[in-house]
Ligand binder design. Structure first.
Ligand code: ATP
Ligand code: MG
Length: 174
């Protein structure tokens, strides 16, 4: 299946990790590639700390942190190279046929920031082995992806503590 978690509410990455947890329970091999997340600001990230405890889970953070928001002043080229590296890696690992589930976390954000091209993702999904499920997460999934995906869920914000100035909580947000 090709699964999309999108929308402005919280829960996209969490939902993907819920699926990861299930898949691991069945002894399936799982790969998570995180776009944007990486190097700084995510050093204390819970999913990464958990990943090292599961031999069937490989988690790779390929990003360079926030892109175009929250005071980011790194050159776009740096973000683009990181996103392209993440996609190449995902492509290679998917075509190896070694994984039952692959999560491309925040890939929609990399796409809407134009760090990746749609046709690259089209190609990746088209060439994936039948047995490999792919989950794509991030706000702003493009319309073409909603059409080709088998399952699309939109997280809708009803309420978020951020609105009251409550920042990210350990174990809940990272
Ligand atoms: P999570 O990783 O918690 O499942 P997410 O993947 O749905 O969240 P992202 O867009 O990836 O959300 O944002 C990552 C961070 O932003 C998380 O710390 C999350 O709690 C926070 N966040 C999610 N939705 C909102 C929102 N509507 N307003 C403010 N912050 C949000
Ligand atoms: Mg997320």
């Amino acid at each position: 299946l090709v699964i999309v978690y999108t929308g402005n509410g919280k829960g996209k990455t969490s939902a993907a990790f819920g699926n990861v947890f299930r898949a691991l329970g069945h002894g399936m091999k799982v790969l998570v590639v995180q776009f944007l997340k990486g190097d700084w600001g995510y050093g204390d990230c819970g999913e990464q700390k958990s990943a090292v405890r599961h031999k069937n889970l490989q988690l790779v953070q390929c990003g360079r942190g926030f892109c175009g928001i929250l005071g980011d002043n790194k050159p776009r080229k740096e973000h683009r190279l990181a996103a392209q590296h993440a996609l190449d890696l995902a492509q290679k690992k998917i075509s190896s046929g070694a994984y039952d589930l692959v999560v491309l976390d925040e890939i929609h954000c990399a796409l809407s920031q134009r760090l990746l091209k749609s046709k690259q993702i089209v190609r990746l999904l088209k060439n994936k082995p039948d047995k490999t499920h792919v989950i794509l997460t991030g706000r702003g999934a493009p319309a073409w992806l909603l059409r080709v995906a088998d399952l699309v869920t939109e997280m809708k914000e009803i309420k978020h503590p951020f609105r009251r100035g409550i920042t990210a909580r350990r174990g809940i947000d990272y």
